[in-house]
Design a binder for this molecule. Structure first.
Ligand code: PEP
Length: 243
């Protein structure tokens, strides 16, 4: 019976050397007024935590296993140990570049929840799927397959990110976003007793100039932001539009 928390989440992707911590300092010094999350590359996690103040720090992926022979991978417990509170899972770039599937994302989410992390589970249609009229079917399938039964409104955030809107400067219409978010909410309410309280993010070319219009859409409780999260001068106004 509680309502969704608002969240402004930044995904730095494979960007950020030590000097980028000054952007975190600038964000931490602001009066943000809503939950803010930054997901830097793994190499910056530990220093980022020291610079973050009230800002939450997350990873961009984790492995489903607790430990073992998985060269180059990071476990959920390692993220937690480094001071992360969140992890992005199933980003379309991971699905495309690393062949992640709904099943592998779900397994990672279970591991993340067991380690005490909040998951930000990403889903979204490709341009071909939208053109074929398959958007709602695709996002329903991804939601059902990627989100584990252990998900709750406290440990899981869902991010709708149309693949064709990521890093392109293109966004769906407000009606298109509203339609997907309404369907996500409906399916979460059907499946989870606290489905009404899950935070639902929109992601894909969110900028200072379009953020407030997007945040006015029903069931949009925040954003997952790539490019415009790299500089506090861009991300700050997006946070303000949400708060
Ligand atoms: C993202 O990668 O999650 C994203 C939404 O990127 P951008 O904001 O750059 O489109």
């Amino acid at each position: 019976p509680h309502s969704p928390r608002k969240l402004a989440a930044g995904n730095w992707k494979m960007n950020g050397l030590t000097a980028a911590l000054s952007e975190l300092d600038a964000l931490a010094a602001r009066d943000n007024g809503c939950d803010v999350l930054i997901c830097p590359p793994f190499t910056l996690l530990t220093p980022a935590v020291a610079h973050a103040g009230e800002i939450a720090i997350g990873g961009q992926d984790c492995h489903a296993a607790e430990s073992g022979a998985h060269t180059g991978d990071i476990s959920a417990a390692m993220l937690k140990d480094a001071g992360a509170s969140h992890v992005i899972l199933g980003h379309s770039e991971r699905r495309a570049d690393h062949a992640e599937t709904d099943a592998s994302v779900r397994a990672k989410a279970v591991a993340a929840h067991e380690a005490g992390l909040i998951t930000v589970i990403c889903l979204g249609e490709t341009e071909a799927e939208r053109d074929a009229g398959d958007t709602l079917r695709v996002i329903e399938t991804q939601l059902a397959g990627s989100v584990p039964d252990c998900a709750t409104a406290s440990n899981t955030v869902i991010a709708y990110e149309p693949v064709w809107a990521i890093g392109t400067g293109r966004t769906p219409t407000n009606d298109e976003i509203a339609q997907v978010h309404a369907r996500l909410r409906e399916k979460l309410v059907e499946r989870f007793s606290d489905g009404a309280a899950f935070t639902l993010l929109y992601g894909g070319s969110v900028k200072p100039g379009n953020a407030s219009v997007i945040f006015d859409i029903e069931h949009v409780n925040g954003a997952l932001v790539g490019g415009a999260s790299l500089k506090a001068a861009d991300f700050g106004p997006i946070i303000d539009a949400l708060a």
